[in-house]
Design a protein around this ligand. Structure first.
Ligand code: ZN
Ligand code: ZN
Ligand code: ZN
Length: 264
């Protein structure tokens, strides 16, 4: 097995950074320095040239163009929120113009086939809809994808990827359920919701930077990678400030768009 990696195509929360309606220090930084900008959360798992998309943010087209990604084998959606599914509509052109004759497998959260068909009726004849199951192992060669329960108000999964190394991707969650915590003990990489800096406005559905760091310690993660970063709200934080703060901590990293983690 050669070349298994995950790339974070987008690392921002729902509004993105900059948010078009915001003038905070983080948004001002992102306007003057594009490397501090964040598109909405999408990840791409690549193995043996197969690309498995985890979520499809409204910024999907820009993300795929930026990274030179031309083929998508399968899609998993962690949950049915605009900032994670709205980019699916972008796939129609790809499926009709390039990947003709193959229905793209899209794994939806349990119970969301009806939502998909009413939202994306133009895609029905080019996709193969399936609903994922918690705890089931989806194998791609020697790499496994397993959906674990998150806490996010609606049916939401986090993705555990087992290749040579183990990585958990939980872009949207509050504190994890006990059964999920058990599955993540000693994991190599925890990529975790860190939506808020300082005060957590929605503690039932999201985490703060400090809480994500704490969660990484609790499961003994080799490295905790903060994602779904809003950078706004009560205490806006710039990338420069956040990186300075994290530099003093072992095994904690703020994600950025295009960050790659090799798993084999
Ligand atoms: Zn989100
Ligand atoms: Zn802002
Ligand atoms: Zn969400």
């Amino acid at each position: 097995m050669a070349g298994v990696e995950i790339k974070l195509l987008g690392t921002g929360a729902g509004p993105g950074v900059p948010a078009f309606f915001c003038e905070c220090a983080a948004c001002r930084e992102a306007r003057t320095n594009p490397s501090a900008a964040r598109t909405r959360s999408t990840a791409l798992l690549t193995m043996d040239d197969k690309g498995v998309l985890i979520d499809a943010s409204p910024d999907l087209r820009v993300q795929l163009c930026r990274e030179g990604i031309q083929d998508i084998h399968t899609v998993f959606l962690t949950h049915w929120h605009h900032d994670h599914f709205a980019g699916l509509g972008e796939l129609e052109y790809y499926l009709r113009l390039k990947d003709k004759g193959r229905r793209l497998p899209i794994y939806l959260p349990p119970g969301y086939t009806g939502e998909f068909t009413s939202t994306f009726c133009r895609l029905i004849d080019v996709v193969d809809l399936r609903e994922w199951e918690y705890g089931r192992r989806y194998d791609f060669g020697m790499t496994s994808v397993i959906l674990l329960r998150a806490n996010h108000g609606i049916e939401t999964g986090g993705v555990l990827i087992e290749a040579g190394k183990k990585l958990a991707y939980f872009p949207d969650t509050s504190w994890l359920p006990e059964e999920t915590l058990l599955s993540l003990q000693g994991i190599d990489y925890l990529v975790c919701d860190a939506t808020f800096y300082g005060e957590n406005w929605y503690p039932d559905t999201h985490m703060s930077v400090a809480e994500a760091i704490e969660l990484g310690k609790r499961v003994g993660a080799g490295q905790t990678i903060l994602t779904h970063l809003s950078m706004h709200y009560s205490s806006p934080v710039t990338v420069e400030e956040l990186n300075r703060e994290l530099a003093g901590l072992d095994g904690v990293l703020a994600s950025y768009d295009g960050l790659k983690v090799e798993l084999y």
